[in-house]
Design a protein around this ligand. Structure first.
Ligand code: 0A1
Ligand code: ZN
Length: 872
């Protein structure tokens, strides 16, 4: 296996054009044959034919029908090279594969008797020898031949031409995709599956057949995915004028899948957990995730498939843009304000941590060892923020104009992030030269805010300074082009008209400061009193504010800022300071008391009948431990645990009556309705119950227990189970045993049972997780099982980093074992070690020695190696 790095600067355009390819799949139980026939033209005179291939057994290679003997080509473990080929020729290659033994779940593999594929990023090369690069786009004709009884459903991309009965118990399906595509978007499914069908008529009148496939008996759980698909199709027409371009759109749910879902042209393959849902088997969060992932994959049809990537370093071109689109969609389906809060919480917990860690990389990286490791929160979520900043600068109308221009220029092409930035900026008369540093420089910039008010001159000045800490390979940074959405509020909380040099309004009428220099000063005149600053509204840029705002101003903003994002943001800032204070006190073994003003403000909000339940839920949520760990100099798990308990208990005590009333108001209401509004009511009342349970008051625990046993939906059942799982009482065992008996044959639901136990903060969690890895329902080769138990435990900051146990050793053993079977799954566990540098010396040594032990495994995949060795 190659362990070297690849570089963006080495990019060279392809030497050949492939006019079309025919793929014939002959599927058997013990082996499969793949015959690929391509029409090829040489575009670089004298170039040898170089094809990627890793693993497929080469049966034959023919040029213009003539078989080559082994002296006419060179075959290595990664490439097939033919020195002399004509300028134009037919290339035919036959390979043999064993999908039934493919545990990496990349390329062609089998899941519960179903053949399926996953080719992104570079796994088409495990199926046949080909130009496995996104800038080689061609049209595909595919045949699939298989046993008729075992594999009645035979699917591939594009149009279904016909199915032939071969007479010998086998049949053969013919597919043709009219759109050119790179090979990472190829897909095939063959198996015995159930299906639900519907149709969607596009606004220009094309009738599209929609199909959602899942294991027999699970069809009833596919309706929410189908509804989500129809909503997505409609939304993309309305928001971006984008219509679907084939007669069929298929989604297939697969139980063994490394990632969430994949946007293969016309044939999306999904992890079952992101398709299957009904009231008994899915939580409100699951309903939401399914809607947003179905949308994400659908939106890729234009952003990714019609316009694709020139090379993998451009991955954010499709992923950042598509995440941005699915966030906008979710905002429109639910509530834009709370959606933004959720998206920023996610960004801070995962991406800011990535930016601060040893694997920090730019949104458009310039080197890597494994392309698989590009599927990060920097490429996805920070990439989406970069797009959002473009929209903030030019306004929504301007952004739509730019998107139209992007498709006008690049439909059918493989392009770069620079092409995208040009398409947005040029029609809007903007210069994005400096802005493009968001693509090339890693790290989260800090913006320092200083305010001054001169009462005699009635002048308010705002001084902004930006900086960005070094990241691996980038010791110094150039200033970023940072759009800061701002307002100045009067004493009533009303926004004052702004008239200052350097402040402009975008096409949505929002005030924007475009900070470009390291330091800039803005002067606002005619201020009769000191205004209150509301800055970085809607989180208009992915930066960290350094702002020593007066407590009075913060509490004022919590109460009055018309920007709901900033109301909540200021509450988080206050909570985060309280948390830090509690952690410091816990480390010094001092008494843990919580600032009463904050508790009173929370209580007032709970009583405020004008605030929406969705917003109240966001206000009740304290900063996550992962976000705190980024801020704290030392990750002391015991102090974090003590601080958490003290903070939550103080809230429970101060707000007891309001929490109880909230619980009673929304409990048992519309229990089978999964509408986002009703879901928000449920979230709020379950959060209330969670706080109340911190006091371990028997009356409250009785409420939780009752909720578990009488629950009419999985959200309520899980919320109660999570509370009971923190107890050391028979109630805990009874609920867990009951849940297991209910769902032992349904792995999508049972995975939640693993997660509840893995994320418990009880001191014995590690022992329980160890025991669960031996449980008959746990299968280490199933990615969802590994994620729900082991990755969930790795994210349990308190128990993973507990100095009293040896979680690091156990985890290292797991990574080594899994890496040998499935490198992608193993590499996703590595993030648990992200906070190594923050541990106290003895703990840090223990963690580092386990990381060294993993890296010392000679056969370790480049995926895990790349992520871990940077920590050393
Ligand atoms: N492109 C998909 C995600 C995906 C990425 C990699 C995979 O295998 C390595 C699979 C799926 C998406 O963004 O949804
Ligand atoms: Zn995507």
């Amino acid at each position: 296996m190659k362990q070297e790095k690849i570089f963006l600067k080495d990019y060279k355009s392809p030497d050949f054009t492939v006019d079309n390819v025919n793929l014939d799949f002959i599927l058997n139980e013990d082996f499969c044959r793949v015959i690929s026939q391509s029409q090829v033209r040489k575009t670089t005179p004298g170039a040898p034919l170089l094809l990627n291939g890793e693993g497929p057994k080469l049966i034959s290679i023919k040029v213009d029908g003539k078989a080559l003997d082994s002296s006419q080509y060179e075959l290595t473990s990664e490439e097939l090279m033919v020195k002399d080929v004509p300028d134009q020729f037919t290339l035919e290659i036959e390979t043999e594969l064993q999908p039934q033994n493919n545990t990496a779940l990349e390329g062609l593999y089998k899941s519960n008797g179903i053949f399926c594929t996953q080719c992104e990023a570079q796994s088409f090369r495990t199926i046949t020898y080909f130009w496995d690069r996104p800038d080689v786009m061609t049209s595909y004709s595919v045949t699939i031949e298989a046993d008729k009884t075992k594999y009645p459903v035979l699917l591939s991309n594009g149009d279904r031409l016909k199915v032939e009965d071969l007479g010998n118990g086998r049949h053969k399906a013919y597919w043709k995709d009219p759109h050119k595509k790179p090979c990472y978007l190829f897909a095939l499914v063959a198996g015995d599956l159930g299906v639900i069908r519907d149709t969607f008529t596009t606004r220009s009148g094309r009738k599209v057949n929609l199909e959602v496939y899942a294991a027999h008996g699970k069809q009833d759980r596919c309706h929410h995915a189908m509804e989500s698909l129809k909503k997505s199709m409609k939304w993309d027409e309305e928001a971006f004028g984008l219509e679907y371009d084939l007669n069929d759109y298929m989604i297939v749910a697969i139980d063994d899948f490394n990632a969430g879902a994949m946007e293969n042209k016309g044939l999306n393959i999904f992890n079952s957990r992101l398709v299957l849902a009904d009231t008994a088997s899915a939580t409100d969060t699951d309903f939401f995730s399914i809607e947003s992932v179905v949308a994400h994959e659908y939106f890729h049809n234009w952003t990714g498939n019609r316009v694709t990537l020139r090379d993998w370093f451009q991955l954010s071109l499709k992923e950042g843009l598509t995440v941005f689109r699915d966030q906008e969609f979710s905002g429109d389906m639910t509530d834009r304000g709370t959606q933004r809060i959720d998206d920023v919480d996610g960004l801070r917990a995962a991406q800011f941590a990535e930016d601060a860690g040893t694997n920090a990389h730019p949104v458009r990286p310039d080197s890597c060892m494994s392309v698989d490791n590009f599927f990060t929160s920097t490429i996805y979520e920070k990439g989406a923020e970069v797009i959002r900043m473009m929209q903030t600068i030019v306004g929504r109308k301007g952004f739509r104009k730019g998107m139209d221009e992007y498709f006008r220029r690049h439909d059918g092409q493989a392009v770069t992030t620079e092409d995208f930035a040009a398409a947005i900026s040029e029609p809007n008369g903007k210069d994005f030269t400096q802005f493009r540093r968001w693509y090339s420089q890693a790290g989260t910039p800090t913006v320092k805010v200083q305010e001054a008010y001169d009462a005699s001159k009635k002048e308010y000045t705002l001084t902004l300074e930006q900086s960005c800490a070094p990241t691996p390979g980038q010791p110094t940074k150039e200033p970023f082009h940072i759009p800061l959405m701002v307002a100045l509020l009067d004493k009533q909380g009303k926004e004052l008209p702004l008239n200052a040099k350097g402040v402009h309004t975008n096409s949505d009428g929002k005030y924007i400061i475009e900070l470009r220099e390291a330091r800039e000063v803005y002067t606002f005149t005619g201020m009769n009193e000191k205004p209150v600053l509301s800055i970085l509204r809607e989180f208009s840029a992915p930066v960290t504010l350094q702002w020593a705002a007066a407590a009075d101003d913060l509490y004022f903003l919590v109460e009055k800022d018309p920007d709901s994002f900033n109301r909540r943001e200021m509450a988080q800032k206050l909570a985060s300071d309280i948390y830090s204070d509690l952690i410091a006190k816990a480390r010094k073994k001092e008494a843990l008391t919580v600032e009463p003003r904050f508790l009173k403000a929370l209580n007032a909000l709970l009583l405020d009948t004008k605030a929406s339940p969705a917003f109240k839920a966001k206000m009740l949520q304290l900063p996550s431990l992962h976000v705190l760990a980024q801020k704290e100099a030392v990750l002391d798990a015991n102090a974090f645990y003590a601080a958490r308990n003290a903070f939550r208990t103080a809230i429970a005590k101060e707000c007891r009556q309001a929490l109880l009333d909230t619980y009673r108001q929304y409990h048992g209401v519309e229990t089978k309705n999964h509408d986002s509004k009703v879901g928000a009511h449920r979230r709020l009342k379950n959060m209330a119950l969670g706080y109340l349970a911190e006091t371990k008051d028997p009356e409250i625990l009785k409420l939780a227990s009752e909720q578990y046993w009488k629950a009419e939906n999985l959200t309520d059942r899980m919320a109660a189970m999570a509370i009971l799982a923190e107890l050391d009482s028979p109630e805990r065992t009874k609920a867990l045993d009951h849940f297991y008996q209910e769902w032992k044959n349904d792995s999508v639901v049972l995975n939640k049972w693993f997660t509840v136990q893995a994320t418990s903060l009880r001191p014995h969690t590690l022992d329980e997780v160890k025991a669960l890895t031996k449980h008959p329902a746990f299968n280490i080769t199933n990615p969802n099982n590994v994620y729900s138990l082991l990755r969930a435990f790795g994210s349990n900051l308190i128990r993973f980093n507990d100095p009293q146990t040896d979680a690091f050793k156990f985890y290292a053993d797991c990574i080594i074992e899994i890496d040998a079977k499935n490198p992608q799954v193993a590499s996703r566990l590595c993030a648990a070690f992200n906070f190594v540098q923050k541990l106290e010396p003895a703990m840090k040594d223990r963690a580092l020695s386990e990381i060294k032990r993993i890296v010392a495994v000679e056969t370790l995949s480049k995926n895990s190696r790349e992520l871990l060795q940077s920590a050393l």
